[in-house]
Design a protein around this ligand. Sequence first.
Ligand code: ZN
Length: 291
Amino acid sequence: LRIANNNGRAVIVDEHHYVDISTASNGKFGPGPDAVFEDWHNFIEWAQDPAAISAADKLPRSAARFDSPVTRPSQIFAIGLNYADHANESKMEIPQHPVVFTKFGSCLAGPDVEVRLTGETVDWETELVVVMGASGRNISEDRAWDHVAGLTIGQDLSDRTIQFWSTPPQFSLGKSAAGFAPLGPAIVTVDELRDAGYDPNDLALGCTLVESDGRRRELQDGRTRDLIFPVPRLIAELSKIVELRAGDLIFTGTPSGVGAGRDPKEFLKAGQILETVIEGLGMIRQTFVAP
Ligand code: ZN
């Protein structure tokens, strides 16, 4: 199942169609994108019933206008330094415990948006994002995937100047300007990924920069099997301390290849387009505009 947000309404999408969840379920689920998580298990049961969706409910996907698939999560967790090669390029120690910060909720944005740069040092961070489907505390690693609604693509866009303008650094504020958490295009359930032949613990992820003259350059190319704290471990560690709630997001960290880790350092410029891809999940695309 792939669940997206069409203009403020929760929809199920496939390659060619979308289905408005509230319309198809006679108002039982939806209408907003966050409402499906409130009753996640019943929603999944309904959506997997072949009789749930009639042909008349299917509309052409090209008519949909996708926004962030989650709009009001109760919490957004983001994990720093969760790939060894990224910790090395950042000249930081390999963490012994997950390094956790937040992206404040007002920075969530759709999968294909313009993002206004906040300065000269805005950087890219390609990340697998976990969407929680069932609340819980003290979730064990072996039950963790059962609590996940699905996976999606995120960029943890980061203004390195704001992030490091005080000691200790303030990751959260530097990563929370408008549009700094583009998300989507859809939440893909773990079943759907497995059925398509993907291992949710080992997905290729990366991003490509497209210059205004069309030249393309690959910036990041990693695999989620290299996560220092994999998804089940993150869910177990976080839920030892906080209640994880349905609809919460976990940005799981970025592999190497960020701009601040390059010599010389390199950051996003107006007119550039960033395409971020995770296998099985699709692509998001951001166009950057001047401050
Ligand atoms: Zn990050």
